[in-house]
Design a protein around this ligand. Structure first.
Ligand code: SAM
Length: 228
């Protein structure tokens, strides 16, 4: 509910979406694309404006999908971009029917690929290590994530680290407006105050420890298997 009023629901930016897209070849008007954990569609609309084909956004939070479809309509993309409520661990696409699977900051819900949190260094201060171990134990270094991609039968085409503005300008700063709206909507709520405090702590930790962690984009291609 809180994140309904933010531009995005995770670190990212139009520039990095387009940078990741620049590594993808061979899309046509017939291409079928899925954006898993699309949220309100910040990145999906950018994709749709710069890539051909049909895009299905999937998110399990109905409020996000409602906003997503409104955003698509506002941009006159409703014929090519559709949001549906669903879970990424139970997708209804036919096997091998998708030409591109996209997911920014959301694939952690079913495993790993695409834009994902990473450690930049092999070692890090205990405070930030402990924070991540309580939030998301699968965070790992870029080479370890690339090894997972390879093992899963994909070719790692490119990886790049998201610049700081994806966290600050496009993620933490827009939360101020959402906080205001949320405080008004739930005046006096202890849970809301706790949520806001925890968001602030996340932003503080980022500014203190951004040399040690961040997000990386991973672009992967299906490899050929020897087994038939
Ligand atoms: N892609 C958006 C962005 O970058 O702004 C949203 C990222 S947000 C960190 C993670 C999203 O994944 C949320 O919108 C959440 O509702 C969605 N999500 C979490 N688990 C999911 C699941 N099992 N199936 C579909 N969506 C899921």
């Amino acid at each position: 509910d809180f994140f309904l009023n933010t531009e995005r629901q995770g670190p990212g930016s139009p520039e990095v979406t387009l940078k990741a897209l620049s590594f993808i070849d061979n899309l046509t008007d017939k291409s079928l694309i899925a954006d898993l954990g699309c949220g309100t569609g910040g990145q999906t609309m950018i994709l749709a404006q710069h890539a051909p084909g049909k895009i299905t956004g999937i998110d399990f939070f109905p409020g996000f999908i409602e906003r997503f479809n409104k955003n698509a309509e506002k941009l006159n993309l409703q014929n090519r971009v559709k949001g549906i409520v669903g879970s990424m661990d139970d997708l209804s696409f036919e096997k091998d029917s998708l030409d591109l699977i996209w997911s920014e900051g959301a694939i952690y819900n079913i495993g790993f690929a695409v834009s994902e949190s990473v450690w930049f260094t092999d070692q890090r201060p205990a405070e930030i290590h402990d924070f991540w171990m309580s939030a998301y134990t699968e965070i790992d270094t870029v080479p370890n994530k690339v090894a997972q991609i390879q093992k899963a039968g994909y070719i790692p085409v490119a990886t790049f680290i998201l610049p700081e503005n994806c966290w600050i300008e496009h993620y933490f700063t827009p939360q101020a407006k959402a906080e205001e709206i949320f405080r008004r909507k739930h005046a006096g709520s202890r849970i809301v105050e706790e949520l806001i405090t925890s968001n602030h702590r996340e932003a503080e930790l980022y500014s203190k420890y951004k040399a040690y962690y961040g997000y990386a984009f991973f672009i992967c291609k299906k490899g050929f298997s020897l087994r038939r």
